[in-house]
Design a binder for this molecule. Structure first.
Ligand code: V47
Length: 392
């Protein structure tokens, strides 16, 4: 049976080649929730075009042709990290070559540069430093808010929050309240990896558990801090473990409604403790994007992070379920330490071109997906002899 028959749409819509997908397609078209078994069947199917069609159907029902992007800047205060996760090429011991920790002034200067470039969001994540006190991070945030009051601070993963709670001896709730009070506006989605303990034991043994990650996210949402969520795929996880991960996020979203966007993250093995593993392929990237859109029926946004997917695959993902291509980024370390060959910065004109050529309508957004109208905003501050004004 064709999807056209199932949906009553024009016969030019594609045919499902893999008959096992037909009952799942019928559920999607009827707006019914998919199960664990459905998710695994989607992963096991080679019928990428049918999957993409279904994900695109759901995506267009929610967002039409709109595709979001933002003007942001990533800042990684330190790469010194006690966790030594096998999956990571970014973290270093304090005395290892390439280890760095920015002085607060350096971070604030980077942020002020970001402000001049028109950034509406700073994305701050870093290592679990053995010596920096929690106050360093609170001062960092207070200083950013004082210097760039209009910029949204999306800062610190659930893993960092768990670590801050340990070193400050505050409860998770009080740690989050202190961060919020200092000026954190929301949390990024990193550190989720794959929740299953079998996988975590191998790829990130010393991090918070999957259950702890979910509990920290729950507490953040309860005190009014929204967050993103991620899944790191393409290493040692099984299809079932991927789908269980997605369904755990869906269950928490049912409870709190606090997740803003989901970002599937493709594993980059170079320079990691898992460098012997092959990189996930484009097929897996697009499948994971589509399956995420189909399973996460209570998430508004699915992001195709161009740094990780490459701009080419991210662009195609805009027709496989994604409604967001992330932002200008400017300076990226986590993926580039792990062998990413993408640029670190994509100007907004290029993001808009990628979106338009995929037949979508680019809409600049803030972190919480409110559209931004630059004509109604004050121009970004300029500095005499500023070396670059690259974005707006
Ligand atoms: O937490 C680390 C992952 C995450 C590798 O919330 C790796 O808007 C692949 O979370 N290969 C950081 N992945 C990135 C992240 C993110 C990115 C963009 C937007 C948002 C958002 C969040 O990257 C880490 C970890 O899960 N990671 N090392 C690696 N070798």
């Amino acid at each position: 049976m064709s999807i056209a028959q199932l949906s009553g749409m024009k016969s030019s819509t594609p045919v499902i080649e893999d008959g096992r997908l037909e009952p799942i397609a019928a559920k999607v078209l009827a707006g019914e929730r998919l199960s664990l078994e459905d998710g695994v069947a989607l992963y096991r199917s080679p019928d990428l075009l049918a999957l993409g069609w279904l994900a695109n159907y759901v995506r267009e029902k929610r967002h039409g042709d709109v595709c979001y992007f933002n003007v942001n800047r990533h800042i990684n205060p330190t790469n010194v990290c006690v966790a030594h996760c096998k999956l990571c090429a970014f973290g270093r011991s304090p005395d290892a070559p390439g280890a760095y920790t920015f002085a607060l002034e350096e971070i604030w200067q980077r942020a002020e540069q970001g402000l001049r470039e028109g950034a509406t969001e700073f994305h701050l994540v870093g290592g679990l430093h053995p010596d920096l006190p929690f106050d360093y991070f609170l001062d960092l945030i207070r200083g950013l808010k004082a210097r760039c009051p209009g910029v949204h601070l999306k800062a610190f993963t659930m893993v960092e929050v768990g670590y801050f709670s340990r070193i400050s001896k505050l409860s998770i709730r009080d740690t989050l309240l202190a961060l919020k009070d200092a000026g954190v506006d929301s949390l990024p989605g990193g550190g989720a990896e794959i929740f299953h303990p079998r996988v975590r034991k191998v790829i990130c043994d010393h991090k918070v558990s999957g259950q702890q990650w979910l509990n920290i996210a729950r507490t953040a949402h309860q005190i009014g801090l929204r967050s993103n969520a991620t899944m790191l795929y393409g290493h040692i996880e099984s299809d079932e473990e991927r789908v269980e991960h997605l369904l755990a996020l869906r269950a928490l979203q049912d409870e709190t409604g606090g997740f803003v966007a989901f970002i599937p993250l493709a594993f980059h093995p170079e320079n990691t403790g898992l460098a012997h593993l092959p990189k996930p392929t484009g097929f897996t990237d697009l499948k994971t994007m589509a399956i995420s859109r189909l399973l996460l029926d209570n998430f508004d946004h699915i992001k195709a992070y161009w740094i990780m997917l490459t701009p080419r695959v991210a662009q195609i993902a805009l027709r496989f379920g994604a409604d967001d291509i992330d932002g200008t980024v400017v300076e990226e370390k986590i993926y580039h330490d792990a062998g990413a060959t993408t640029a670190q910065f994509t100007p907004r004109a290029q993001l808009e071109r990628l979106i338009r050529e995929a037949g979508r309508v680019p809409v600049e957004r803030d972190t919480l997906y409110h559209p931004i109208d630059r004509s109604k905003m004050p121009p970004p501050p300029s500095r005499p002899n500023a070396s670059l004004s690259i974005i707006v």
